[in-house]
Design a binder for this molecule. Structure first.
Ligand SMILES: Nc1ncnc2c1ncn2[C@@H]1O[C@H](COP(=O)(O)OP(=O)(O)OP(=O)(O)O)[C@@H](O)[C@H]1O
Length: 419
């Protein structure tokens, strides 16, 4: 470390102690015994891997986000997809606080870098579809400065935007989170708790939730002397756990994650506009997670059951089967350009685009909307395999399209023949 800026021997000692503590903290995550420094690598034989030598040729295109510790930028490396580069945020609170205390830029850089190192190691050890993919990492070996993680790029998870999206997409985010928490509860490193659990720790990649901020992950269950040490405290609720013979608060990491998932995600995203027949199952999940009556394994089962029913369309068995008789199918055309009306929450801001299990469900929706006189079933599908249907109030602009079918309400159908 630079000795230039040492204000006192005490400060020097404290910073050294801090550095050692951070080093100790990450040592257990290394797969091998020699938990030395991270050397620059790409992600093994992975086809998505990006080598450090490619870093210099990358073009920084945009700032994707920054937090207390790290900054993330978008980097272009044609012809491949753009990637996210994560490095130490020199203007972040972590760095500022360290500089105020120790006045040593290089020492502070090293100290803050440990958080990114920890994250890189955890990303190497914890691999799951709902954890951001590490494509490579680089470090200037000479100085130990300039550590960079090369990650798949996502978009920040905007809660307000999600609240306005269809239930199917909101359910997807919650399901992804539950699958992730189930994995973390029995990960190769043990049960992992996410201490900082807010929407900004996650990004979306093609609609799928992915954890990107792992520096506050805790891989050890809390230790205890008695049950009274095993209290999970939240602003509005407390939960107590058992102190095991091994003197650990058993299952507390898992339950901490689950309750956080309930209060930051399920509460806002899950119940609102759930399909009527699925509401009792959703309510059960809300009750069991809000009261921590069940663990993550049972919660995952409940989510997968909802997914299964939703995909199979079993929740629509009460639909009037003959409702489709009120419509005439006009094949090979699309009503793009017809007068659309808006509905909420729609897959398109321009009109009323909803996902449906079948043409019968689309017909039932059209029947329930006074403005609807026709609907077009496209060949596009959502992540669950449901069809996208676009609902219109007029069908005056039919254009040839082999991939779609327009269904026109019968009382209006005679007009179509005239077109
Ligand atoms: N792979 C990624 N793709 C796109 N944006 C990302 C990616 N990873 C992180 N971000 C954005 O960058 C921000 C900062 O990243 P990160 O959360 O890792 O930093 P941090 O300093 O630990 O943040 P915090 O202060 O919230 O703990 C995130 O909130 C997120 O919006």
């Amino acid at each position: 470390f630079s000795t230039r800026n040492w204000r006192s021997e005490d400060a020097k000692k404290t910073l050294l102690e801090e550095l050692r503590a951070r080093q100790q903290e990450i040592l257990p995550f290394y797969p091998t015994k020699d938990g030395d420094t991270l050397s620059g690598t790409s992600a093994g034989s992975d086809v998505d891997a990006v080598a450090c030598s490619q870093l210099a040729r990358m073009q920084i295109a945009a700032l994707l986000g920054s937090g207390y510790t790290k900054t993330v930028v978008q980097a272009l490396l044609p012809p491949g997809p753009s990637v996210a580069l994560k490095s130490v945020n020199h203007r972040g609170s972590d760095m500022r606080q360290c500089l105020e205390q120790f006045h040593d830029p290089m020492g502070c850089h090293q100290l803050v870098s440990f958080k990114l190192k920890k994250e890189i190691i955890l990303l190497q050890r914890l691999q799951h579809p709902n954890i951001i993919k590490l494509k490579g990492h680089c470090q200037d070996g000479r100085t130990g400065r300039g550590i960079t993680a090369i990650l798949e790029q996502g978009t920040p998870l905007e809660m307000i935007q999600l609240l306005q999206s269809p239930w199917e997409e909101r359910f997807r985010v919650c399901l992804g989170l539950v699958r992730l928490l189930h994995y973390l509860s029995q990960s190769p490193l043990g049960s992992v708790a996410l201490l900082d659990f807010q929407s900004r720790q996650f990004v979306l990649v093609d609609g799928e939730l992915k954890l990107t901020d792992l520096d506050d992950a805790n891989v050890k269950e809390p230790t205890c002397q008695s049950d009274s040490d095993c209290m999970l405290q939240f602003p509005l609720r407390n939960f107590s756990f058992h102190c095991s013979e091994q003197r650990i608060c058993e299952g507390m990491n898992e339950m901490r994650n689950l309750y956080n998932a309930y209060r930051y995600f399920f509460m806002y995203l899950l119940p609102h506009q759930a399909p009527p027949m699925l509401q009792p199952l959703v309510k059960e999940i809300m009750n069991s997670t809000g009261e921590l009556k069940k663990g993550i394994a049972s919660t995952l089962e409940a989510f997968e059951e909802i997914l299964h029913i939703f995909k199979s369309g079993h929740h629509l068995e009460n639909l009037p089967p003959l409702v489709i008789r009120d419509y005439v199918a006009v094949r090979g055309v699309s009503s793009v350009g017809s007068v659309n009306y808006r509905c909420w929450p729609s897959y398109s801001h321009q009109g009323c685009v909803l996902s449906v299990h079948s043409v019968t469900e689309a017909a039932d929706i059209c029947r329930s909307q006074p403005q609807c006189s026709s609907f077009t079933v496209q060949d596009q599908r959502t992540w669950t395999g449901r069809l996208l249907a676009s609902f219109q109030s007029s069908f005056s602009h039919l254009v040839p399209d082999v991939n779609s079918v327009v269904y026109v309400r019968k009382m209006k159908a005679s007009l179509v023949q005239a077109l």
